[in-house]
Write a protein that binds this ligand. Structure first.
Ligand code: CP
Length: 359
């Protein structure tokens, strides 16, 4: 069965098929209405959301299907202590596909171990957000007409920004991508993404400390919010929260044809004076999120029983009673998920669920 937990669960060809189906849905919406009639999507959101949950809901409604679920886990039996695995076993009795957001990293991967319906990761902690990645790829394709060959600047919270981590992974499969990382010291991209993704796949990247010095090079500027909810230390958040602000003066330094993306919500990092600039693509990006989720729902249904579209074969897990994942936000430190690991090509052991390096 095909789940979508990490962008790399989709092959490049499957990713391209989803992007191209989304474009066909945009061009011929009427052809797809009713294609999911009598099917049900469950949205299980343990963490707040506007775009992801509502775009999944709108996508399923456009396809003629129905939606059930919760937007606040406290209103469900989770508040009585029901585990993630038991919750998906139960919801799988009612729904054909589950989109789940969780503040615990690896929760959705753990859920796939018992689910009888496809699970879509709608964001797990700071780890991954693959449907935002599909949205971003579709937006770049529509704004620029191509994904290959772009220079993309990621700006803001690159440390906790799950959308950034997922998009860099997905871009590693395209040709001639250049990445520029614009972040304060405290919010730099984690080493494992730099090493395991950029260096291993040969994406050139460089780190800079001002937007101004790179604006003229960029085809895409990917802005992100500094996420208060991910900080354990409020003083640290206060120090970095307004590090980078995009305004009309900085936009004046950019190419005539470029695109500003932001997964949203924004706080202070893009002034509203930028919104009317034709290069500001972030609200068009929101609508693309609905179309790409329609395409994903259709494709996961089509691939459900097709052995050619299973999950990619991962390495066998490594079990070692002397090792523990030390990420307090990982599922194996929050539920009874086993501490298990995968060994990368570099020989480093990482948590099976959250990718944290084992110390
Ligand atoms: N982009 C995104 O994930 O937005 P929400 O948190 O509103 O779903």
């Amino acid at each position: 069965m095909k789940h979508l937990i990490d962008p790399m669960d989709l092959s490049k060809q499957e990713t391209d098929e989803i992007i191209s189906l989304a474009q066909d849905i945009i061009a011929h919406r009427e052809r797809y209405q009713g294609s999911m009639s009598h099917r049900k999507l469950a949205t299980l959101f343990y963490e707040p959301s506007t775009r992801t949950r509502l775009s999944f809901t709108a996508a399923m409604m456009e396809l003629g299907g129905n939606v059930l679920g919760f937007s606040d886990a406290k209103s469900s039996s989770v508040s009585k202590g029901e585990t993630v695995q038991d919750t998906v076993r139960v919801v799988g009795c009612f729904a054909d596909v589950i989109a789940m957001r969780h503040y615990i990293e690896g929760a959705q991967l753990y859920a796939t171990e018992v689910s009888r319906v496809p699970i879509i990761n709608a964001g797990d902690g700071s780890h991954s957000h693959p449907t935002q990645t599909l949205t971003d790829l579709l937006t770049i394709q529509r704004e620029l007409g191509h994904i290959d060959g772009i220079t993309i600047g990621f700006c803001g919270d690159l440390r906790f920004g799950r959308t950034v981590h997922s998009l860099i992974k997905a871009l590693s499969r395209y040709k001639d991508i250049k990445v520029i990382l614009i972040a304060p010291q405290e919010l730099k991209l984690p080493d494992y993404i730099k090493r395991d993704v950029c260096e291993r796949t040969g994406i050139p990247y460089r780190e800079v400390e001002t937007m101004e010095e790179v604006m003229p090079e960029l085809d895409v500027l990917y802005m992100t919010r500094v996420q208060k909810e991910r900080f354990l230390d409020e003083d640290e958040f206060d120090r970095v929260k307004d590090s980078f602000v995009l305004d009309a003066a900085r936009m004046a330094l950019a190419k005539e044809k470029m695109a500003v993306l932001h997964p949203l919500p924004r706080v202070n990092e893009i002034l509203t004076e930028v919104d009317d600039d034709p290069r500001a693509a972030y609200f068009r990006q929101v609508e693309n999120g609905k179309f790409v989720r329609e395409a994903l729902i259709v494709k996961l249904h089509e691939w459900k029983d097709d052995p050619e579209h299973g999950m990619p074969s991962h390495d066998y897990p490594v079990y070692d009673d002397t090792l523990r994942c030390t990420n307090s936000k990982c599922i194996c430190n929050n539920e009874r998920a086993p501490h298990k690991f995968r060994r990368g090509d570099d020989g480093v052991l990482r948590c099976w669920y959250c990718d944290s390096k084992v110390k």
